[in-house]
Ligand binder design. Structure first.
Ligand SMILES: Cc1cc2nc3c(=O)[nH]c(=O)nc-3n(C[C@H](O)[C@H](O)[C@H](O)COP(=O)(O)OP(=O)(O)OC[C@H]3O[C@@H](n4cnc5c(N)ncnc54)[C@H](O)[C@@H]3O)c2cc1C
Length: 245
């Protein structure tokens, strides 16, 4: 297992060549993209990278993607990319890209939205849609040696079928008494949004959180943040990341 190495600005702002080594569907709309890249040796769970695509005519497009994997010494990292209607970059990754294709990455970015075991907990994580990706990385990191740190994930997603890594999360919740999963499916027949009851139940499982990480749309992050503060959690322990929209 590799531990995160210090990140200097020179590393952060340089573009690195990366090769796609595996592509796999995660949900009907989300694709796992595993890339071999030097950056894989120097990130913390929760951070993101900028990805740059260059067309044959020189046209370039650049977007940010959270890293889904935890550092594991494999020389690779995993992104999970949701296909958006008419999405320029997400459409390429989810419909056109092939193993062996090359892109460029720079980063890792987002030092304050990151977690490693020695940072401690308890951990309260809240994800909306693909906003769960950096939180999955944190849970994967925790599973590498810090399972004694209580953790709960409140996850809002349209349907169970669209929930990213649901089998992995449910397996973790079943075998790890210190981790609980609180799923809110907004568009299933019995669906609901995250509410005070769900947040209170997550907090009952973790105890007062030392770290709170929230990621998703602006709307999700604002709603989750309000609910958590209303339960008495100090705003100062909350870190947020917004994917936009
Ligand atoms: C820090 C950070 C981390 C991110 N991590 C991830 C990740 O792990 N997985 C992931 O799938 N995405 C992630 N995103 C979003 C990603 O950067 C792109 O915005 C997204 O893939 C759309 O790019 P595109 O080129 O496909 O779409 P575009 O061609 O730019 O836009 C296509 C259409 O989608 C709409 N749109 C653009 N962005 C969003 C959005 N975020 N949500 C809803 N609608 C949108 C546009 O308004 C437009 O109608 C992250 C964003 C940030 C800022």
């Amino acid at each position: 297992m590799s531990s995160a190495t210090p990140v200097t600005e020179a590393v952060v702002f340089r573009w690195h060549r990366a090769e796609i080594v595996a592509l796999a569907p995660v949900t009907p709309h989300v694709t796992s993209v595993r890339l071999r890249c030097p950056l894989a040796e120097s990130y913390r769970a929760g951070q993101h990278v900028d990805v740059r695509l260059t067309a044959e005519d020189g046209y370039q497009a650049q977007r940010s993607y959270s890293i889904a994997s935890a550092p594991d010494g494999s020389g690779t990292l995993e992104l999970m990319i949701e296909a958006l209607p008419d999405g320029e970059v997400s459409g390429w990754f989810t419909g056109v890209a092939e193993v062996g294709d090359r892109v460029e990455l720079r980063g890792p970015i987002g030092g304050s939205f990151s977690w490693d075991g020695p940072d401690g907990g308890p951990l309260l994580l809240g994800g909306g849609g693909s906003g769960v990706v950096p939180l999955l990385a944190m849970l994967r990191r925790r599973a590498q040696g810090w399972r004694e740190i209580p953790a709960a994930l409140v996850y809002s997603v349209r349907t169970r079928a669209e929930a990213i890594a649901l089998p992995e999360l449910e397996r973790l919740a079943a075998e790890d008494a210190s981790f609980s999963l609180h799923l809110a499916t907004t568009r299933d027949p019995s669906g609901k949004r995250i509410d005070a009851g769900l947040v209170a139940e997550a907090l009952r499982r973790t105890g007062p959180p030392g770290k709170v990480f929230l990621c998703g749309s602006n709307r999700f992050v604002a709603a989750a943040s309000d609910l958590i503060v209303a339960e008495g959690v100090a705003p100062g322990v909350i870190r947020t990341e917004r994917f936009g929209a």
